[in-house]
Design a protein. Sequence first.
Length: 557
Amino acid sequence: MSEQDLRYPPIGDYGMIGDLRSAALVSKRGVVDWMPIAIKYRKLKPPESLRLIRMMQPIAGSTDWRVIFKPRFDYGRLTPSLTSIRPGLLRAESPEGNVFLQYPEAARVGLADGEATITGRVMPGRRAAVLLHYTERGGKPPAPISLDEAHTYLHQTDDYWVDWLRSSTYRGRFDEPLHRSALALKLMQYLPTGAFVAAPTTSLPESLGGSLNWDYRYTWIRDTSDLVNALHQLGFEAEVDAFLRWVRMAHDRHPEHFQIMYTIDGEDRVPEYVLDDLEGYRGSKPVRIGNAAVEQVQLDIYGELLQTAYTAWQSRKQLPKPRRAILLGVVDYIVDHWQLEDSGIWESRRRPRRYLYSQVMLWAGMDRALKLDRSLRMGKVRRAAVRRTRDLIKRQVLELGYDREIGAFTQALGHKDLDATALAVPMYEMLPATDPRVVSTVRVLQEKLSNRGFLYRYVPAESEFHQPEGVFIICTLWLVNVLAQMGRQEEAEALFSRVTETANDLGLFAEEFDPDTGEMLGNFPQALTHLSVINAAFNLEGRPSGKGRRSGRADGG
């Protein structure tokens, strides 16, 4: 194994653990390489302590163990001083908070340059535990935790996740990938507010050595709308309600407009900056903190909000008054702004256009508003405007979004670039999957954007960044949806099987995948990928799903 491999294990070598407040990535070597901890809670009450517990127990005979404690603060720029507080307890201090490490008192400890090496032995039939505690600056050292207490915490954690998964109503052929994806999605939730992050990481590259490295540790309205819709299909309703409460919180703080994304506590400022002193994963610079896409207009989010509200409404046929007021504002925004250019789902930083995906989602949002009208109470004038807008959007998508010369729906109205988002037209049933224009689009995408059956989102060399990238897993899963809708079941099932084989041994997916090397690429685990696994499986089984249905109804999304 090379020095670089030791420093940077493959992305797929990681598992994820979390407490619904933060998440950590743990490599196959047992190393916790990534564990972001919020240090500013603003209006939210901070927890007294965050704990990470590692249990060690020999499988046979006795086992020697070694723990290297090398905490770094401020994105690796601050090396803390380490202090022995008492036997079996170290403290790492920073301006924001303290990290304490509890270990067996009989262990041997070596300290040097902000790093501690702790070694010991576990005898047959015995256990040992090492505990990491985080407290805010000035927090008291934690009281010692016994092995029995640590074991109790382990069982409580197991019980929580088993109980949560029991509430799933899914019974079908794809139990393993769907429930593994559900667990991954739930781990991305910030429970105090109900928000979900798009991924728990930043700046894992879309190509090794490239600069397409973004910070996904925020709540995107699009991603989270799709996420809670997917969980709802499995029977998890609380997450939908929690997200809609978060939407109301974010809207109440900044009622003048919706952004595409916010912090997990609903704040609207997400400034982007670069950490120049970090080399990036395997030399992939820059490392970004924050995301400048927050300033973009992405019109599809308004359709996504109406889709999510419709999902919640289907369960109870009720629409709380505060939610109704927000949704009426969303409806009015679409009626007034649907013809605008935007940055699209791929968050273009240089090419404002009328992106096809955005237009399809606006159409779906208008469709959902009409279905919600019994509770939304739009009134005669607004209802007529919604119906008129829905029909106008569809007419323009069919006239300007389909290129007869290419034989496919394209990335943006009036443009010729190919894009996998063309699959949104049948997925949301603006047209049936058997429509000749859809059939031709699928054929063209498979010819032009496919690598060993997997789809790129567009031709990488023709993108605004002109950089290579991996195939987008969600795009391939969209293709699974549409193939299933077309009745090409065997082909769809085979492709779905190939996609699930790209997951790691824990069922986790990154954003992208390199079919030539088998390497995962992009931030990890990625919510859009996991929710798309759920949607695709439902389509394969002929069940209604958030994206794509097997019926002929033009329901929207």
